[in-house]
Design a protein around this ligand. Sequence first.
Ligand code: ADP
Length: 410
Amino acid sequence: MHLSLGIDFGTSGARAIAIRPDGKIEAQAAVSYTSNLAQTWLETLWQLLRNLPEVVRNHLDRIAINGTSSTVLLCDRAGRPITEPLLYNDARGVSVLERIRAIAPADHPVVSSTSTLAKLLWWQENCEDFSQARYLLHQADWLAFQLHGQCGISDYHNSLKLGYDVEHFNYPSWLPLQELLPIVQEPGSAISPIQSSIAQAFNIPADCRIHVGTTDSIAAFIASRASTSGEAVTSLGSTLVLKLLSDTRIDDTRYGIYSHRFGKRWLVGGASNTGGAVLKQFFTTEELIELSDRISASQESPLDYYPLLKPGDRFPINDPELMPRLEPQPLDRVEFLHGLLESMARIEAQGYRLLESFGATPLKQVFTAGGGAKNSAWTAIRHRQLGVSVSEAVQTEAAYGTAYLALEGI
Ligand code: ADP
């Protein structure tokens, strides 16, 4: 039996899922951590492997790792970190933003205080040991390097915010410090067999291959098994996140829309500030379940809200001052919840229509992830608003998606 192992590193923990060739889960392990230090990640990686049953390790055929996008390390020529990692949301790069604006196209993804490039330039100005720097690596690159031993390999998902040109497969000439940047490969492609010392230490077959990884959110998309143009994943978590597979690439910074390369296709994404965090303000989880059961989902609620925690949204309405609209509130709590879910479904539909109006492949089917995915009344409302099939994604774990990526490629 050949098993494919996906490992997901987040900000507070890591998870490993081993799957069989038919996609069924064989084993899983999880380890949490409180500090995002390189050494902690490394110990977590070894602990995850140890936590898998030995019989599973004996049958590993391929392994890939995903990390949080734009979480990076600066390493010396031996791949040893020369500073602690900077996390995805670390905005100290705001101090080099003017430098980036001076060289990058106006609406490029690197023009952000949290972009990977901003972190690299910040290090250049503030890291005492910068002269020893040889490799800039993403979290997923560095952890995979521990397994395959070749420093300086990344993937085109993690590298988008570094400035990699996913259209032409190169770094644009305006990008500085190119001698430090990793070689970029297709996510899911094989790098090399696992290092023999690690294979021996964990009883993993010597010919187990390490594959190129991806980011956590793309791994979660892959987990849904959406694979043809027009298929999408809506994530109903604290916020509302849309991801649509499209034949065409779309980028529009006004709305925060950008595209990741996905083989020959594009994974187009947009995110709204509306979502489950607003529901939590008004209802407990038990109330959400109980009241949702009493909603007449086939009937459209006349209540027209724009549920937000605070003013401002970007997608599908680009207005930093957009006011939350939560009035009028009916006395009947079922009616109120119906209005909220209906309104969020309208925003979701508006989001997909916006992507379509910019030229994305029209929506054909939606898989759902996140806390709201289990709400069948909401699913029925969204089906009515979206006009396509809506179902819960069977798998949503990033670790599953990464195992599947190693198995099938992009
Ligand atoms: P995140 O990872 O973004 O914090 P989750 O995917 O864990 O979010 O989802 C949590 C959200 O799901 C909460 O904001 C909550 O309001 C929402 N949620 C939980 N249960 C339900 C439900 N039955 N119906 C609708 N929304 C729900």
